[in-house]
Design a protein around this ligand. Structure first.
Ligand code: IVH
Length: 670
């Protein structure tokens, strides 16, 4: 394809991708499959790799991230980002109505909206293209987070319709609860601490350096105001409807996310509805915002130093109830972490019956100064899990017993430890404490590890209770007769289970390594270690320096790996897995072949799955040759992000084939 053909094709793909992105994310009404969408995106990525001058700043390929922001530059807001004054009762809203009526003649229109609990953002569009996105900061200046905001699929990169030349749109970036829960599930699996609340996590995510991580987390955004384009419509409500034509996702009237009202009763109706219904929303809100609709009225009303007089927030009270603390139980996780849980006299809160509340750790219990049978206050705030926020000490019984953190594991009696600098207590009996043993087996069979069909948590429980399994290696010694004897196990399921276990013996080393459940060795780390060190033998004998020399492996991971292999029981487990035929090294076919014999490669740029050196090593172990500069004799240029334009031009001019990282791997596996 020559350059001018490429321009046409890039334009065509860009328009098509923007169109389908809008249908999928904004309209929730896709026309093509995810697969077809990915194929279009890959085509565009490949073309941009080949013709880097055609890679637009607002290309749909920006959605997947990859741009790194080392330091977020400070930007002064063209229009200051004010806040809203808060109210908490009908009386306060009534007072506001009275103040409005004093300043404005005639009837007013009001717009009621949700008060999204996220992070404010101002996004500037020039000539229909997203130019810059800035956080609120201190209200007069914020941080430029454009690269990260571009990964949010509901925010258009380029607009359609009759948009103004230069305007700013403001809104709230938030974490949809489904995505927030998925992120925490993943963190649990990787033994990383979970995030406590969606708002803070959205804020932290927006300031991450690597926009790829932002893209994966799935933030969303609602818009609530347009600046610099007010002449177009008569009021706020009309503007919000209008921006939908430009491609923005707006709050739906059909779901009562936004409504126009004319009276105090109408406004209160909206408030009361959402006070009841807010727990059923797929995102968190902390109140309702009421705005005077007509712009000419807004102008009459003006601003105070901090907030507009034409808008007000009604904040929901954090729902709080009082109930009795019956007892404290202690849960033991897969890693041995001990979590204290308050068992409460059941009580209604936010539409559900609450019977338990997390107490997090020993410090939290101490801070609250809890006694058994205390009357405690329970709140469902920004956090998902209800928590105890205080004690009604006036009701404390004189003979009440102080809650003291346990010293021994409730499951296996082992003395607990609390490592320096950590807030959590742990049971160190990794190989003999039942929930830890079961947890490790469950992790091993999990989808991202060995992905063993026919066996789930309940079966692991049953096998464990029967004394048939104590660790992952025991799975490989199970017989059909043992399994079929379990309750509710038919012949067919028993067969499936045995077959599933057998089939797992073909899983590659990286999956086995992840499955072992070594602390801090998540999926990606396992992959890096597997490809760099190549075998369990090399990994288990690697020195600290050798481990930290591996890309992305730091002190904490290296130490954890060494500790793991110092344990006799772990070494024995690995030996048994080896003896059952599990794959404990990177297989020859992936590692060494003569596939690339006679071919020469230039590797340039920044890559996703591998480092540049790793790619070069793959080339060499497969018979290829790495060369430093491009000539007409070069067979392939493997191009990553940020590859210099002159190199790419040279490759194109000389007609050398340029491949992306994925295409290179496809060549390797062909
Ligand atoms: S209007 C002049 N509308 O609440 C202020 N703000 O306390 C205009 N917020 O910084 C803001 N939902 O981050 C407005 N529907 C909504 C909102 C909303 C959430 C946030 C926003 C603002 C803060 C003010």
């Amino acid at each position: 394809m020559n350059h001018s053909e490429a321009i046409k094709e890039v334009n065509r793909l860009t328009n098509e991708l923007n169109y389908h992105n809008h249908l999928y994310y904004v309209e929730s009404n896709p026309e093509i499959s995810d697969y077809d969408f990915d194929m279009l995106l890959k085509k565009l990525q490949a073309l941009e790799g080949q013709f880097p001058d055609l890679a637009d700043d607002n290309s749909p390929t920006k959605r997947v991230g990859g741009d790194i922001t080392k330091k977020f530059e400070t930007v002064v807001h063209k229009y200051p980002m004010l806040s809203l004054s808060n109210t908490y009762s009908k009386e306060e809203i009534e007072d506001w109505f009275v103040r409005l009526k004093k300043q404005v003649d005639g009837d007013l229109e009001y717009v009621c909206e949700l008060k999204y609990d996220g992070v404010a953002i101002g996004i500037q569009y020039v000539n229909g293209r997203l130019k810059q996105a800035v956080t609120r900061g201190d209200g007069s200046q914020g941080e430029n987070v454009t690269n990260n905001v571009k990964t949010i699929r509901t925010i258009p990169l380029s607009l359609s319709g009759d948009y103004p030349d230069d305007f700013e749109i403001r809104g709230e970036i938030f974490f949809p609860l489904k995505n927030f829960e998925a992120l925490n599930a993943q963190r649990r699996e990787n033994e990383e601490p979970e995030f406590a609340n969606p708002r803070n996590t959205a804020s932290g995510t927006l300031k991450m350096q690597d926009s790829k991580v932002v893209a994966e987390r799935g933030l969303d955004c609602f818009l609530y105001g347009v600046y610099g384009a007010t002449g177009l419509q008569s009021g706020h409500f009309e503007t919000v409807q209008k921006v939908a034509d430009w491609g923005f996702k707006i709050p739906k009237e059909s779901l009562r996310y936004i409504e126009k009202k004319h009276t105090l009763d109408g406004v209160m109706d909206f408030i009361n509805y959402w006070n009841e219904e807010r727990d059923n929303l797929p995102f968190q809100i902390d109140g309702v915002v009421i705005k005077v609709n007509q712009y000419h009225n807004q102008e009459e009303l003006g601003f105070t130093a901090k907030s507009p007089r034409w808008a007000i927030a009604y904040k929901f009270k954090a729902e709080r109830v009082e109930t009795v603390l019956n007892s404290v139980v202690y849960q033991v996780g897969r890693t041995g972490a001990i979590t204290p849980v308050a068992i409460l006299e059941p009580v209604q809160l936010g539409g559900t019956t609450v019977k338990r509340a997390s107490l997090h750790n020993a410090d939290q219990i101490q801070k609250l100064g809890l006694y058994l049978s205390d009357s405690v206050y329970v709140e469902k705030g920004g956090e998902i899990i209800p928590k105890i926020v205080g004690v009604n000490t006036a009701l404390r019984k004189s003979d009440a017993e102080l809650v003291e953190f346990i010293e021994h594991c409730p499951e296996c009696e082992t003395e607990l430890v609390r490592r320096e600098g950590e807030v959590q207590h742990y049971c160190p009996n990794e190989t003999g404490c039942p929930p830890q043993m079961k947890g490790k087996i469950e992790h091993f069979i999990g989808r991202k590890a060995m992905d063993i069909d026919g066996i789930g948590t309940e079966t692991v429980d049953a096998l464990f209770e029967e004394g048939l399994i104590r660790n992952m290696a025991d799975l490989y010694e199970l017989t059909f007769d043992q399994v079929v004897d379990l309750e509710r196990m038919a012949d067919k399921s028993a067969n499936n289970l045995i077959d599933g276990i057998e089939a797992s013996k073909t899983k590659p080393f990286e999956k086995v390594l992840f499955g072992l459940g070594i602390r801090f060795v998540g999926e990606t780390v396992a992959k890096k270690l597997a490809y760099s060190l190549k075998s369990i033998e090399a990994l288990s004998t690697a020195t600290f320096d050798e481990l930290v020399a591996v890309d992305e492996i730091g002190d904490k991971i290296a130490m954890s790996i060494q500790t793991y292999f110092q344990e006799e029981a772990n070494r024995e487990l690995v030996q048994r897995l080896l003896s059952h035929g599990l794959i404990m090294e990177v297989e020859e076919k992936e590692n060494a072949s003569n596939k690339f014999e006679g071919l020469s490669f230039v590797v340039s740029g920044v890559f996703n799955a591998f480092s540049r050196n790793e790619l070069k090593e793959i080339i060499e172990t497969n018979g290829g040759k790495n060369v430093g500069s491009i000539s007409s004799k070069t067979s392939y240029v493997v191009a990553g992000d940020k590859m210099g334009p002159s190199k790419l031009k040279k490759a194109t001019d000389l007609g050398v084939t340029i491949v992306s990282e994925d295409e290179f791997l496809a060549l390797l596996n062909k």
